[in-house]
Design a protein around this ligand. Sequence first.
Ligand SMILES: *Cc1c(COP(=O)(O)O)cnc(C)c1O
Length: 365
Amino acid sequence: MSVASQAPAYIRSIMPYQPGKPISELAREMGIPEASIVKLASNENPLGMSAAARDAAKAALCEGARYPDGSAFSFKAALCRKFGVRAEQLVVGNGSNDILEIASQAYLAPGLSAVFAQHAFAVYPLATNARGARGIEVPARNFGHDLDAMAAAVAADTRIVFIANPNNPTGTFLPGEQIEAFLRKVPGNVLVVLDEAYTEYLEDEQRYDSIAWIERFPNLLVSRTLSKAYGLAGLRVGYAIAHPEVADLMNRVRQPFNVSNVALAAAEAALGDNEFLARSADINRRGMAQITEAFATLGLEWITSAGNFVTVKVGDAAAVNQALLRQGVIVRPIGGYGMPQWLRVSIGLPEENARFIEALRQALA
Ligand SMILES: *Cc1c(COP(=O)(O)O)cnc(C)c1O
């Protein structure tokens, strides 16, 4: 009997996460210089890091021999100031992916279940399956979450409902009133993980105050990240805001030093750089218009997105993706999300968007 066969069946049946192709890998495969490649595959910030975050990271690097502050005191204090919450409500993660994992670790086990939507972020089924829990996938409505159906799908053994708003990879958005109505409907003993990885990109009229709801709904956990609008995807920082008792449980099961000192320092500096955040949202807004106008010109169907990416129907997406790769443009095929005719493209700098549009035109010709 092989040693691999000894792992639990629920581990052996996990489908690995498929990340965006790294620039270095495509350069190797195609024999082309890395500098000629445009990567719009992982919803990264095309502006890079803010200068404030980079300086803070550099300074922290010199303390690399010391363990980081496992309690993330200083970063949490910055979060408290920014959001008017208490430190006991916070959990800091190695990216918000870590937050999703820690919540699953704290609440899921064999014999229990989690509810999430069809076409929702791939980490929800991954984190659920890794705990031996049952995933309940609720059919999407117009590619977005069907909250009524999700509330109806909550079973006696359900411990977590995952909601992505906006959702990745579809970019669909749920107005705040709908989420609030959902919270009123769901039993108070079910943890609702509201994943707001793209919340900083929302337009003013779309904004809603989910953090304020925690008081009324102690079963709500708001998950945020520094990876997208804050430009720190490579450093890995995310955080949860929740009821202190929920945060306490999660802090017991997370790794004691789950976020590096460099990441914590950069995150704290990034959090205070509102000018960078505004610039990120602005370049995203203009890039979204540039790319969707091109889709319209090409006669392509796309899903209106509230994030820093947009998903477009191209037919044989695997073939179109290959044609894009040959032109040095990396986007994300989402066949693994049950959308084999669609590609997800991250919004880049104007010249990167233009490269993508021209490559797509060629690929479809
Ligand atoms: C990108 C993303 C995350 C996680 O990103 P981290 O880099 O781990 O913070 C979480 N949720 C959604 C919906 C995402 O798209």
